[in-house]
Design a protein around this ligand. Structure first.
Ligand code: FES
Length: 153
């Protein structure tokens, strides 16, 4: 299912009432991890409100992102403990397998790859997180298998 279809599905879960604008935008954010221009236009049209009103809401709420992100976000910890235990090699393997650099989004919109500082799990270093999941003692050799299993959230 493409982005437009997923957005249409989100829209139709809500009544065509401008009071649901924020709820719709939060649902789109959850589904797509960002709010595209197309999504804003679709929400405006569905609710019969101006695009500028939708844009104003998106820019006001920090949880709503206009920056394109993948539906799954993989974060590689680059804090001191993780760095010392080889997180750079894990990051490079993820970049290679996903075909993107840190900060990028895969062509299909599935993954965003980011680096973060200490996530508070230094005993498990090097650490990669995705959604609520923490992958400890990561090694470059585990990357392909985790991607193939769809282990990232
Ligand atoms: S440095 Fe990576 S979890 Fe602390």
């Amino acid at each position: 299912m493409g982005e437009i279809d997923r957005i249409a599905e989100v829209l139709h879960k809500h009544k065509q009432d401008p009071r649901y604008l924020l709820a719709i935008l939060l649902d789109i954010q959850e589904s797509e991890n960002y709010i595209s221009i197309e999504a804003m236009r679709a929400a405006a049209e569905y609710l019969g409100v101006s695009e500028s009103r939708v844009f104003a809401v998106v820019t006001f709420y920090r949880t709503l992102s206009q920056k394109k992100k993948g539906r799954k976000i993989i974060r590689v910890c680059m804090g001191t403990a993780c760095h010392l235990r080889g997180s750079t090699a894990v990051l490079h393997e993820l970049e290679k397998k996903l075909g993107i650099k840190s900060g990028g989004v895969t062509e299909d919109g599935e993954y965003t790859l980011e680096t973060v500082n200490c996530v508070g799990a230094c005993a498990l270093a090097p650490v990669v997180t995705s959604g609520d999941i923490t992958f400890g003692r990561m090694e470059p050799s585990k990357v392909a298998e985790l991607l193939a299993k769809g282990a990232f959230a």
